[in-house]
Design a protein around this ligand. Sequence first.
Ligand SMILES: NC(=O)C1=CN([C@@H]2O[C@H](COP(=O)(O)OP(=O)(O)OC[C@H]3O[C@@H](n4cnc5c(N)ncnc54)[C@H](OP(=O)(O)O)[C@@H]3O)[C@@H](O)[C@H]2O)C=CC1
Ligand SMILES: O=C1O[C@H](COP(=O)(O)O)[C@@H](O)[C@H](O)[C@H]1O
Length: 458
Amino acid sequence: MTQRIPFVLFGATGDLARRMLLPALMSVRERHADYQLDIIGVAGSRFDDESFRAHVVEILTKDKRCSREEAETFAKTISYLSGDYHDPNLFDALAARVSPDERPIVYLAIPPSLFEVVIEQLARAGFDEHARIMVEKPFGRNLADAQRLSKVLASHFRPEQIFRIDHFLGKEAVQNLLVFRFANSILEPLWNRNYVSRIELNMLEAFGVEGRGAFYDGVGVVRDVVQNHLLQLLTLLLMEPPLAMSGRDLTDQRTKVLQAIRPIRPDDAVLAQYRGYRLEAGVADDSSTPTYAAIRLEVNSWRWAGVPVFVRAGKGLRETRTEAVVEFRRPPTLIFGTGEGEQHQPEPNAFIFHFKPDGRIELLMQSKVPGPRLISRPTMLTVSSSDDSARSDDAYAQLIDDVVRDDQTRFATQESVEAGWRIVDPVLEAPAESTYVVGSDGPREADRLVADVHGWYR
Ligand SMILES: NC(=O)C1=CN([C@@H]2O[C@H](COP(=O)(O)OP(=O)(O)OC[C@H]3O[C@@H](n4cnc5c(N)ncnc54)[C@H](OP(=O)(O)O)[C@@H]3O)[C@@H](O)[C@H]2O)C=CC1
Ligand SMILES: O=C1O[C@H](COP(=O)(O)O)[C@@H](O)[C@H](O)[C@H]1O
């Protein structure tokens, strides 16, 4: 029998719902026949059930990702409640539609400034006992704020009811990184400070703030993607092997990585803004909000001490690419030539984990140039190909299904959120110190961070 589960979507008319959550909810419906989510959108715009369904069909068919018929079938599972989140009557109306005893899932895709009021109202309306709450990032504006919000949540909901979503943890390629690390025993002896010379994470985006200027300008790149997505991704690269791939030990191992990272020294961060950002709708004329960050991190753990970790994230850059590079030490002496005068060291071996636009894993090796001489050249091995069709909304679909199954494994814990804020805290209020041209590789100033490690990984 198909189980029916109420799914309340606060922020149903917003950007995240349009681009990610509604497509994800449709995939959930297609993939899982054992349950059906009865979706109730809750937002300020004045729709009724019928006009909201038409709005959803329009969104889902716009880029031809599904047929009108499929979208209409999905839209039948959706209803809508209009009102202001400050108005208690809205929550009473919601409680009249959804029985809290059905363990509804409540997704808060709303501006961070409204979390508190919505949490309080949900609790007052009786959702505190059984509802499962999905909370979007960024969770708070800084450490103190995250701790305060956590107290508000914890005063009404038990830990097992709270799911702090970071969609990077639901990405297929990110899951593959975990399997790659812990299902291949040959890697473990190499995965430490004795063999690895540096780690680099890049989240480069060729687009700007895409209509989200008002939100982004109060947040900036560090709060938007570094404190959450990139630090969570780093935990999977650097963590100790957990006892099992689910449960508390996995989340604890992830958190320990963040707890071992030193708060960023201001000199170890370069923050910049793309030219023309101030002209974006919703952005202040004199904004100094950074849209680019390059950061050098230090991990004070037995395994990683001394291995520099570089994180770069930015909008308005030359290309869209998210990847992690694990670079190994160079051979101790040069015994083969590399052609071209034979003076250069061969490039060091490296694993490159791609997350966007695809999920390949590559290994850079050296091999012999055919011919009479012993000359080496780089050879890229693709060790794991990817499902190129994997999209970001698939990650949300995965995580929504996890909540249905009460599985916290792929969610951020409060401890990891706080550890993340502790790391970025010293640079949170720092202004962009330079600008860069849209379509470039970012500010040249960032190169100083990698001066001692032969520059950024190409
Ligand atoms: N957009 C993205 O790519 C991402 C967003 N997030 C997070 O998701 C959350 C939502 O972001 P996003 O969708 O971009 O935000 P939007 O500003 O696009 O959407 C906000 C939503 O909240 C509703 N809303 C706001 N104030 C009220 C109110 N007082 N009463 C009733 N409804 C209200 C809006 O309804 P209406 O307009 O109908 O009034 C709208 O549905 C944020 O926490 C953000 O950090 C996380 C990752 C990526
Ligand atoms: O959370 C966010 O993520 C997106 C990038 O996510 P992806 O899965 O498409 O790579 C980013 O563009 C956005 O600014 C940020 O809020």
